[in-house]
Design a binder for this molecule. Structure first.
Ligand code: ZN
Length: 207
């Protein structure tokens, strides 16, 4: 049975920028071989993301998102990533304000708002982070831009409609999707929880 999600979101952690370790380009390359229909969204929660971005692009990542907190210049980082032939996104942790990335919204394909402190799955969404989603949605409209607004962390059938109503059009769900029962049913429940239709990219399972 095929699940409805069309993106796969891969959290890459280095044990430095966040206190956990996950996977790197080698595993992504292997995943890409068996999941060629899915859009590969790669969230680099690592120091020195530009050092590793070429390897992730080479491995098959289609969107590479770096953290504002890890780069000197977001614009430079985005240009470097785009130069690899992939889409570029920027992410902010819960304590980083939207103003830190406001000057760069014209050059990004996606803005990822961390709705929990990055590092571990299974946390509750921090409600105040949705104010950032609202602010970004407003700026996107005011400036007639088209970047995705992605939320990452604590997405459940209770929080998904709140995030969508705030303006997020890409919802990353990890623990809820994989915590029990059928993955397909869990994803269907997330879709059913949202009144307004998401864009064609829909809800993402997080690996
Ligand atoms: Zn993520």
């Amino acid at each position: 049975m095929r699940a409805r999600a069309t993106w796969i979101h891969v959290d890459v952690m280095d044990g430095h920028f966040v206190p956990n370790l996950t996977i790197g380009p080698v595993v992504i390359r292997a995943m890409r071989k068996v999941s060629s229909q899915l859009f590969f969204d790669t969230h680099l929660m690592i120091d020195k993301p530009l050092k590793f971005a070429p390897a992730f692009a080479e491995a098959g990542a289609q969107l590479i998102t770096i953290h504002q907190e890890t780069v000197g210049s977001v614009r430079h980082a985005v240009q470097k990533i785009r130069g690899l032939g992939v889409m570029a996104g920027v992410s902010i942790k819960p304590r980083t304000s939207v103003s830190a990335i406001e000057p760069y919204l014209d050059c990004v394909d996606s803005v990822l708002v961390m709705t929990v402190e990055p590092g571990f799955g299974g946390q509750d969404l921090i409600p105040s982070t949705l104010n950032k989603v609202r602010r970004l949605a407003l700026l996107r409209e005011e400036r007639k831009l088209a970047f995705h607004i992605e939320v990452d962390g604590g997405i459940t059938p209770e929080t998904a409609p709140l995030a969508a109503a705030a303006g997020a059009n890409v919802l990353v769900a990890g623990s809820y999707v994989f915590a029990g029962g059928q993955v397909k049913d869990n994803i269907d429940r997330l879709y059913a929880s949202i009144d307004s239709p998401l864009n064609s990219h829909g809800i993402l399972p997080r690996e």
